[in-house]
Design a protein around this ligand. Structure first.
Ligand SMILES: Cc1cc2nc3c(=O)[nH]c(=O)nc-3n(C[C@H](O)[C@H](O)[C@H](O)COP(=O)(O)OP(=O)(O)OC[C@H]3O[C@@H](n4cnc5c(N)ncnc54)[C@H](O)[C@@H]3O)c2cc1C
Length: 338
């Protein structure tokens, strides 16, 4: 997302950018996403929900997102819905394929299955695809499943650190969804997300209820807590009241790790009708390179998207929004300094 936005904006500013794309197609994780690009409606909510994020970077996203969304629409990116469906947030849902096509057409020169060691702007999408970096920074109880494009494996991080960049806060944080602990395909990333932890009793493999307090609306806090459990596993235990919600019942029905209470490795609490064994699917890292509000990571080097960390630290905010805003800013900074 960030790389395509940067290139599209650069071309409009009269430059001749080249997008080096390691993957076999353009669009990265954006193409696989639900494509809701959003910000918190109130600035105070952003600060409260992501309290340890860099305030200057958050302010930059918050103030520039609406312009960014209008720019996407001006390029012909198709809007599916003009609101997010969440009263706390404001934004639009785009069609991910249509948006990839619109951005790719505006970006121009995209070289698939190629990369470069000397980029001006890094937009490689984070380090979730490298199990060793995930182990080193996130310290999960066991390996996590990948719920993202397979190519974002920390190349940007390594490149920038070698060029004098520094790390942001929040290196141990990530955004993801608890998924059935079984293999799944890209087209199942969204429908198989077990996004009902708030109505389940949540236990680890030993039967301990490990999550204290209320699960947040995004459930990202529960997902990250699950990653720290033995085996990076949790059991969602559902009673009749939880299963009365049709969406919950459907997701449970399609989860391959649905289990009878009698087959659990611990005694199920009374009233449990069914259990689902879940494991975090990591979508993108939240920590990464430290950038300033001009997207500068080091002398003559800029970073955007999930390569740039410390924006939604302490909570969760739209990764697409940050990629859109800082992708465009990175180009303006790079062209200004070339
Ligand atoms: C199922 C799913 C649902 C999601 N839903 C939403 C949502 O509704 N709203 C939201 O805000 N976010 C959502 N996201 C997250 C969102 O997709 C990411 O935050 C966003 O794509 C990050 O942008 P990016 O540019 O950093 O990374 P990407 O969009 O992943 O792009 C990174 C690109 O870099 C390429 N690359 C990697 N290494 C190299 C290299 N060395 N050289 C060249 N190219 C390289 C990759 O192949 C990829 O194309 C979702 C993600 C998924 C998977």
């Amino acid at each position: 997302m960030a790389g395509l936005c940067a290139a599209a904006h650069a071309r409009a500013l009269g430059a001749a950018p080249v997008v080096y794309e390691k993957g076999t197609r353009a669009g990265g994780s954006m193409l696989l996403s639900s494509c809701v690009i959003w910000r918190f409606r109130e600035w105070e909510d952003f600060r409260a929900e992501c309290p340890t994020g860099d305030e200057r970077l958050q302010r930059t996203v918050w103030e520039n997102l609406d312009d960014g969304i209008a720019w996407l629409e001006s390029l012909g990116a198709p809007v599916v819905r003009h609101e997010t469906g969440n009263p706390r947030t404001i934004g639009k849902r785009f069609d991910p394929r249509g948006m990839t096509e619109a951005l790719a057409a505006a970006a121009g020169d995209i070289r698939l299955t190629t990369t470069t060691e000397e980029p001006d702007i890094l937009a490689t999408g984070g380090f979730q695809g490298d199990p060793q970096l995930v182990r080193e920074h996130i310290h999960p109880g066991a390996g996590l499943r990948l719920r993202a494009n397979p190519w974002s494996a920390g190349d940007g991080l390594r490149n920038a650190l070698a060029r004098g960049a520094e790390l942001s806060v929040g290196l141990d944080e990530f955004y993801g969804r608890n998924m059935p602990d079984a293999d799944f395909r890209e087209e199942q990333f969204v429908p198989l997300a077990q996004l009902y932890g708030r109505v389940a009793r949540v236990c680890n493999e030993r039967g301990e209820e490990f999550f204290e307090g209320e699960v947040s609306w995004s459930e990202n806090d529960l997902v990250q807590a699950t990653a720290q459990q033995p085996g990076a596993l949790a059991w969602y235990l559902l009673d009749d009241a939880a299963l009365a919600d049709e969406d919950v019942a459907q997701r449970v029905a399609h989860a391959g790790t649905r289990t009878d209470p009698g087959d659990l490795p611990f005694a199920a609490p009374e009233g449990t009708r069914v259990a689902v064994r879940v494991k975090p699917g990591i979508t993108h890292t939240i920590g990464g390179l430290r950038i300033d509000e001009h997207a500068r990571a080091a002398e003559g080097l800029y970073a955007a998207g999930a390569d740039a960390g410390g924006i939604s630290t302490g909570g969760y905010a739209s990764g697409l929004a940050a990629a859109l805003v800082f992708g465009r800013i990175a180009v303006e900074s790079a062209l200004g300094s070339l």
